[in-house]
Write a protein that binds this ligand. Sequence first.
Ligand code: LAN
Length: 729
Amino acid sequence: DAQLSGIKNPAKRQRLPKRTDPTRWRLRDEAGCQTWHYLDDDAEAKKWPQSLADKYFLEIPMNLPDLPKPTNPTEAVRNGLDFFEKLQLPPGNWGCEYGGPMFLLPGVVIAWYVTKTPIPLAYATEIKNYLFARADPNDGGWGLHIEGESTVLGTALNYAALRIVGVEADEPEMVKARATLHRLGSATHGPHWVKMWLSVLGVADWAIVNPIPPELWLLPDWVPIAPWRWWIHMRQVFLAMSYMYSKRWVCEETELVRELRQELYTEDYARINWAGHRNSIAPTDNYHPKSWLLNTVNWALVHVWNPYLRPNLLKKRAEQWVSDLIDMEDENTDYAGLAPVNNPMNMVCCYIRDGPDSYTMRRHRERLHEFLWVKGEGMLCNGTNGVQCWDTAFAIQAVVDAGLHTDPRWRPMLLSALEFLDDQQIREETPHKDKSYRQRRKGAWAFSTKTQGYAVSDCISEALKSVILLQKTPGYPQLLEDQRIFDAIDTVLTFQSPSGGCASYEPPRAGEWLEMLNAAEVFGNIMVEYDYPECTTAVVTVLSLFRQHWPDYRADEIKQFIQRSVGWIKSVQRPEGGWYGSWGICFTYATMFALESLYSVGETCANSEHARRACDFLLSKQRPDGGWSESYKACERMEYIEHPSGSLVVQTAWAVIGLLKADYPDVAPIRKAVAFIMSRQQPNGEWLQEAIEGVFNKSCMISYPNYKFVFPMKALGQFHHRYPNENVV
Ligand code: LAN
């Protein structure tokens, strides 16, 4: 009991310790399933010593010696690998924190609370530390993501999470955060998902939540708005939300619940006009205002359908089908879930339906831990259950690009990475494939692990590229026989959209007009799949590599696929010459990919107007020190905006790769950029964390800490390969 936070037994509530002992944390990685453990017991801690990777993640000094100063880019890559090798985890993959979004951890904590799941004291302590570390230094609130300004979403949810893990309302941090929340309009002005979570927690009334009708799932498939057509993240989140909404389920009222009702609002809780605040939203949270159509539908559902028309039988049937779909998602992913938004929600649904000691609840409890990550600042929630396959694929490519894959020095590292990808290939279709509307996935890779099991067009492609590159290198074993490579290609070939481009998890199943029903307010481009230059390029480049080695397999289809994809990429080039990036920040990221696509069909500056315009665009953004520096604001506003903190290595690397792929004729600016990247390398071979790298849904940023290793190494390796005699240092 002493090791649990006070939530189980409020009488025993005690102030949380200042911090845990960082030398007692360990990361366990079993076949890509990553969990953090706090070892209270000295003997156990001795038996299981901290690894260098643990120390790195926890920001404990690694005491590594300085390496010889590189005299050329390839030597810099060697130094980089020397460091990066130490972060490889036992199964062969790389891992890292995958934070950024500030709405994930509260979902987990609220789900724990309402399902009476005890929170280990070490977790509670480090969750507090992380949230305190990430509060806005000026106003004490939290934004949608770590670099964003304070919002109701971030502040209301993280405030509640802190109170749940055991922080008292009179702590100075809490007083400050509360003032900001009240200034922004209080929790009545939160977006949809905040109102939903607070209602489950019993600190708001369900009447404040815009409708989430489970009946939607009874619509026949041909209906243009039927949920199976939505982007997979939206449909999975709405699914679990609709179950809780339909039941208007509320957790047990506790002392803490009563206190939060006083703290989150400026008005007297008993007198709040809940229904009247359904559409109240702070300007800070209103990135995508609701359309007139959605407002009308909501009005009709609240005032006509729910009170007068909704037959009880239909409600029951809808709840039953939603519940079945939740089970399918849980079984398909062994309770890991698609992402840490729907997973905690599914857990609450299982609790409501199956009770606290059911198998479904126990398994959810276990697997939820895979989303949690510990770093120097404390404990956070990752955006997925890890970055395993994605980062491992890029790590392999970085070595290959530098031509170091034939050097025996890196063979053990690469072999172990290959073994990991071998183990993580998805070999079977989803158990409930058609009933749960899943895309084909045999032969695919997921972003994280095969138990999560969601194929993504570019995750399959990057992993497959890495496998082919290594297996075609003399001396490497053929772990994947040809048939498994063909399985992957067969799946990849199902991903082309009618436009010719490729989307993320499935080809689009409805048009952009469905954004009219985007109810989330805080995100853009969330309702349906879109085609992305990044995903399309990954597919184009793997198909190009594949056909070099297997020129006869589905040759015509592959040829056509590539042509149409590249045609689509050209068609979405912006007038300024760049491409808008949806998963990395921002134009620099997507422009690199687009130029890789052009290169793979033989188009460079020498023969392509598209490539020339793209290079001019990139070079117009190069800074005097040789670097690039793009801000996350570019994603929100869809125009190139500089980051205030000056040149950044990751973006500089992206620009270098793009220019090299386009074979830009003047080496001078590229050499300068390469020199900049080398100047930022530390004597032990590492690069330090700079600004946030990734994005989703236009408005939310997410960290890719390993990008500061893999992309600089790719850029340096490619440069040295192309210009072996250029003197950089
Ligand atoms: C990711 C992470 C990886 C990313 C790439 C592979 C980089 C991209 O090229 C394709 C899309 C994908 C798979 C992707 C989609 C959206 C995710 C899953 C995330 C950005 C990580 C977190 C995010 C997810 C939606 C977070 C939960 C938020 C909701 C709005 C439901």
